[in-house]
Design a protein around this ligand. Structure first.
Ligand code: PXG
Ligand code: PLP
Length: 439
C-alpha cells in the first residue's frame, strides 16, 4: 500500500482502461515528475520508459510550459471558439502549419486523439459530399488498429476488446493487419514481407464499390496494439490505391507525430503524404489535453464554398483551440525546436535498436521491433493466460523503478525524446532482469 492509498478512499474514481479492483487492492501511484523520472508517492524514482502514455516527448516538468500556461490562465483563461477567435489559436495553427506533416497546413483543433479521429472521419465525409461524391460514406480501417475510443474510432479500430461490447458505425470494413512473426520476426528495421497486404484495399473496393468509400485510416506505425511496423512499400501502395479510387487516406499520427520516429511526423519518415493527419499527445507534451487534425488544402478548400455567411463544417468542441492548451502547445514547439527533439530520435535510433536487439536472447522474447525511439518486445504467452506474463513484467519493473507499457504479451517502450544513452542501457538491463525473473 502506498502513502496516498492509506490516506484516502480509492472508491470514487472509476479508472480508465484499468482493472479497477485489482489496482485498488495494490495501487501504483505517481506523485511528481521531472525530466526522465517519475517519483512514486512512496518516494521512489521511476524511470519513464513510456513518455507517460507516449506523450511527454520533451520530458517532464518543463518550466517553459508551466510558465506559459500560468501566464495564459491569468491573461485569457477561456475563449469561445465558435464564431469568435483569439490570437493564440491563429498563431499556434500557423506555427503548426510550418511543420505540418506532408505540408497539410490547415489545422482543426480538438481536445484529444479520439476527438481528432472523429473529426477526421467527419471531415472526410463532408469533403466527399462537397465534391459531389456523397455516396462515399464507408470507412476502411485495419485489424489491430487503435484510433481512440469514440464511436468513430472504435468502428475503424481493430481491437476486439474495445469493440465487442459496443455497437459500431455501419458501413465500416477493415484491411488485414500486417503482423507476421513467421516471416518478419527479429528483422532489423522495417519488415521485408507484407507490402501486398495493402492490396486488401483493392479487394474492398471490388467488394463494396469505390463510390461507397470515403476514407481509409491507418496508423503509419501501429502503436497501442504492440508496435507493428509497416512492411517496406506498404504505405506507398496504400497511397497509390487510395488515390486511384478517390479514397482519402488518413494517417493517425497521435503516437507517431512530434518526433517519435526521429522525424517530425511519420509522413516524412516514410515519404508518403496522406490527405489528413490526426495528432494529439506530443502536441502539448502531454501537459494539457489537446489534439489537432491536419488537412491538405484540397480537403479544406473543397469546403470553403457556398454563401459566405454559411458555416462550412458543423463540427467543433467547446475546447477546440483552448487558449491555455494553445499556450502549452506553443511553449512545447519552442522546446522541440530549441532542443532539436523532433529529429533527435534519428540520432539515437541506431543505438536504441542495438540496445533493444541485445534482448533477443532474453527470457521469453519471440520478437523485437524498433523504429525511431519506439520498441515492441513480444513475449511468448503463457498457456491459457495471454497477457499475464507481460503484466507481471510491468508490475515488477514498476516496483524496481522503471515504467513500461504492456499490451497483451507485448512490452512497448517509448521514452521521452530527451533520453540519454545510459538511460537506454538502464531500461534494457531492467527489462532483461525482469524477464529473467518471470516464469
Ligand atoms: N489514435 C492513436 C493512433 C492513438 O495511439 C488515439 C488515437 C486516441 O487518443 P486519446 O488522446 O483520445 O487517448 C491514440 C491514443 C497505449 C495507449 O498504452 C495508447 C493510446 C492512449 C492510451 C494508451 O498503448 N493512444
Ligand atoms: N453535452 C452537452 C449537454 C453540451 O451542451 C455540450 C457542449 O456544449 C456537449 C455535450 C459537448 O461538449 P464538448 O463541446 O466539450 O465536446
Amino acid at each position: 500500500m502506498t502513502a496516498i492509498s492509506n490516506a484516502q478512499s480509492l472508491d470514487a474514481y472509476w479508472m480508465p482502461f484499468t482493472a479497477n479492483r485489482q489496482f485498488k487492492a495494490a495501487p501504483r501511484m505517481l506523485a511528481s515528475a521531472q525530466g526522465m523520472y517519475y517519483t512514486s508517492d512512496d518516494g521512489r524514482r521511476v524511470l519513464d520508459g513510456t513518455a507517460g502514455l507516449w506523450c511527454v516527448n520533451a520530458g517532464h516538468g518543463r518550466r517553459e510550459i508551466a510558465d506559459a500556461v500560468g501566464e495564459q490562465l491569468r491573461t485569457l483563461d477561456f475563449a469561445p471558439s465558435f464564431q469568435m477567435g483569439h490570437p493564440l489559436a491563429f498563431r499556434f495553427a500557423e506555427r503548426l502549419a510550418e511543420i505540418a506533416p506532408g505540408g497539410l497546413d490547415r489545422v482543426f483543433f480538438t481536445g484529444s486523439g479520439s476527438e481528432s479521429v472523429d473529426t477526421a472521419l467527419k471531415i472526410a465525409l463532408a469533403y466527399q459530399r462537397a465534391i459531389g461524391q456523397g455516396t462515399r460514406t464507408r470507412f476502411i480501417g485495419r485489424e489491430r488498429g487503435y484510433h481512440g475510443v469514440g464511436f468513430g474510432g472504435i468502428s475503424v479500430g481493430g481491437l476486439v476488446n474495445n469493440r465487442r461490447v459496443f455497437t459500431t458505425l455501419p458501413g465500416v470494413d477493415h484491411l488485414r493487419h500486417t503482423h507476421d512473426l513467421a516471416r518478419n520476426s527479429f528483422c532489423e528495421g522495417l519488415p521485408q514481407h507484407g507490402a501486398e497486404l495493402a492490396d486488401d484495399l483493392e479487394r474492398l473496393v471490388a467488394l463494396h464499390g469505390a463510390e461507397t468509400i470515403a476514407a481509409v485510416i491507418v496508423e503509419p506505425v501501429a502503436g497501442s496494439t504492440g508496435v507493428l511496423l509497416p512492411p517496406v512499400g506498404y504505405l506507398e501502395r496504400l497511397r497509390k490505391i487510395a488515390t486511384q479510387h478517390g479514397i482519402l487516406l488518413i494517417f493517425d499520427e497521435v503516437i507517431t507525430g512530434f518526433g517519435r520516429l526521429g522525424t517530425p511526423f511519420a509522413t516524412e519518415y516514410f515519404g508518403v503524404t496522406p490527405d489528413i493527419v490526426t495528432a494529439a499527445k506530443g502536441l502539448t507534451n502531454g501537459s494539457l489535453p489537446m489534439g489537432a487534425v491536419f488537412c491538405g488544402r484540397h480537403v479544406h478548400d473543397a469546403l470553403m464554398h457556398g454563401p459566405g455567411n454559411a458555416i462550412e463544417l458543423f463540427h467543433g468542441y467547446t475546447y477546440s483551440a483552448h487558449p491555455v492548451a494553445c499556450a502549452a502547445g506553443m511553449a512545447t514547439l519552442d522546446i522541440y525546436a530549441r532542443e532539436g527533439l523532433l529529429t533527435r530520435g534519428a540520432e539515437l535510433a541506431a543505438y536504441w535498436q542495438a540496445a533493444l536487439l541485445s534482448l533477443r536472447d532474453a527470457n521469453h522474447v519471440i520478437d523485437i521491433r524498433t523504429i525511431g525511439l519506439v520498441a515492441g518486445i513480444e513475449l511468448a504467452s503463457r498457456k491459457d493466460a495471454p497477457g499475464a506474463r507481460a503484466y507481471e513484467a510491468f508490475v515488477d519493473c514498476f516496483e524496481r523503478g522503471l515504467l513500461i507499457r504492456v499490451t497483451g504479451d507485448i512490452i512497448a517502450l517509448s521514452p521521452p525524446l530527451i533520453v540519454e544513452r545510459e538511460q537506454i542501457d538502464t531500461m534494457v538491463q531492467m527489462v532483461r532482469e525482469a524477464l529473467a525473473r518471470l516464469d
